[in-house]
Design a protein around this ligand. Structure first.
Ligand code: ATP
Ligand code: MG
Length: 426
């Protein structure tokens, strides 16, 4: 579990702000659910045989003797809230997104933590492939807005209750014939949840799975149509994708569409999946809710942040102005403090060293601050009401009246001056 300090948090804020803006454009409203849920919620939705529920949950008993778990993912809590608030009675289609920490007891390495952050979105009420395509478009545009281009979309269809049993039977038959080649975990999975074998990270298991039956050849007509329709729509959106018949995803609740976004950057090592999702048309009903189809995804923010840091951009905001109080006497200090305050009210990011100190030491701090301009406020300036803006990157001093520093700062900006919102610099 990580601490995020100023200096590192800015890249997170950039990702979060970008997500909020973009998801809003697609009509997704934010939902915030508690960090803790009844353990049974995850057992019933994610599934007992998954790694998440089987091995990774932080589960504890509260003082009332209930079994609770820190949420390991966001889809089940959102579904619980959707059912609890009878949202389907109010509107036929709902689009939600969530953002926040998830908890899994995993072995830690790069891109894999015990508390990590996810951004996810869920669309309830539409079973049509257009909804799947729209959701993938959210991710594509989100990655674009972050400037992450080296990411590949993998898609697959897992069929539904009509066609999956036949595939399942064939898969079990095939895997049983190759039992000896599978890792110990997969030999167990074979008994309890054979689809999970396709998800194993072990190379041998992947080779066995890769040569096995292809789920797409088993799809019934409605599932096949859904899948080809989805691909046509992705084409219409100009979204590139790869059909990967071995893609199953780590959760039990998916029907038909599943997808993953995989980054090719070496920094992520084996943690290269930045996000994924799929359709789960049966889950709401399975949880005792209405028969409402749904499709969703979750992205791991920690991995996106790792990729952005690799990109070499900086995300920390630089001050527009550093005000230096030239004399240590009280009048200069007070004037500098007041001017700083006024300019902040005008929307500028202004720094002023509250410790005072010599002119030389304050100039040094101005240099270090990365500010675009500095302004020295001394007795002369106070008397005349006139000062000079010094561009810290070099160039001529700019005369300025103390009463109109904001105006001059705005004009002096080479880029259109925005009040200090988050800026990124190459
Ligand atoms: P993996 O196969 O890498 O274990 P997963 O299938 O368990 O992933 P999901 O449950 O689909 O992952 O979660 C969606 C995304 O959340 C992942 O693609 C990943 O980016 C991120 N994620 C999952 N677990 C962790 C973790 N322990 N630390 C950081 N990010 C994670
Ligand atoms: Mg996992």
């Amino acid at each position: 579990m990580n601490d995020l300090l100023p200096g590192e948090i800015e890249v997170w804020q950039f990702v979060e702000t970008t997500a909020r803006t973009l998801f809003g454009r697609f009509g997704y409203g934010e939902v915030r659910t508690p960090m803790v849920e009844d353990t049974a919620l995850f057992v019933r939705s994610v599934g007992e045989e998954t790694d998440i529920v089987g091995k990774e949950m932080y589960t504890f008993e509260d003082k009332g003797g209930r079994s609770l778990s820190l949420r390991p993912e966001g889809t089940a809590p959102a579904a619980r809230a959707y059912i609890e608030h009878s949202v389907s009675n109010v509107e036929p289609v709902s689009r939600w997104f969530y953002m926040g920490p998830m908890f899994r007891y995993e072995r830690m390495k790069t891109g894999r933590y015990r508390q990590f952050s996810q951004i996810g979105a869920e669309a309830y009420g539409a079973k049509e492939p257009a909804q799947d395509a729209e959701l993938m478009d959210v991710v594509v545009q989100f990655l674009e807005a972050l400037g992450l281009t080296d990411v590949t979309l993998n898609i697959n269809s897992l069929g539904d209750d009509a066609c999956r049993p036949a595939y399942h039977a064939k898969l079990v038959e095939y895997l049983n014939a190759h039992r000896e080649e599978l890792c110990a975990d997969c030999q167990q999975r074979l008994e309890r949840n054979p689809l999970r074998v396709l998800d194993c990270k072990n190379e041998k298991c992947q080779a066995v799975a890769g040569a096995g039956p292809n789920v797409l050849e088993f799809l019934c007509e409605p599932c096949r149509t859904h899948f080809t329709d989805l691909q046509r729509k992705l084409g219409a959106l100009g979204i590139r994708y790869v059909v990967n018949h071995r893609l199953v995803r780590g959760l039990d609740y998916y029907t038909r569409t599943v997808f993953e976004f995989i980054a090719s950057h070496p920094a992520l090592g084996t943690a290269s999946t930045v996000g994924g999702g799929g359709r789960y048309d049966k889950m709401m009903k399975g949880l005792g809710g209405p028969d409402v189809p749904a499709v969703g995804f979750a992205m791991g923010l920690d991995r996106l942040v790792l990729l952005l840091k690799e990109g070499g951009k900086t995300f920390t905001a630089q001050p527009d102005l550093f005000i230096v109080a030239a004399d240590v006497d009280a009048a200069c200090q007070d004037a500098a403090l007041a001017l700083t305050s006024r300019l902040r009210r005008e929307g500028f990011y202004v720094e002023f060293d509250t410790r005072g100190g010599s002119l030389k030491s304050q100039m040094k701090r101005a240099d270090k601050s990365g500010a675009r301009f500095s302004l020295v406020l001394g007795g002369d300036e106070l008397r005349s009401g006139q000062a000079k803006l010094k561009p810290m990157a070099g160039g001529d001093l700019i005369p300025v009246a103390l009463g109109s520093v904001a105006q001059t700062l705005r004009q002096a900006a080479t880029q259109p001056s925005s009040p200090s919102s988050l800026k990124t610099q190459e």
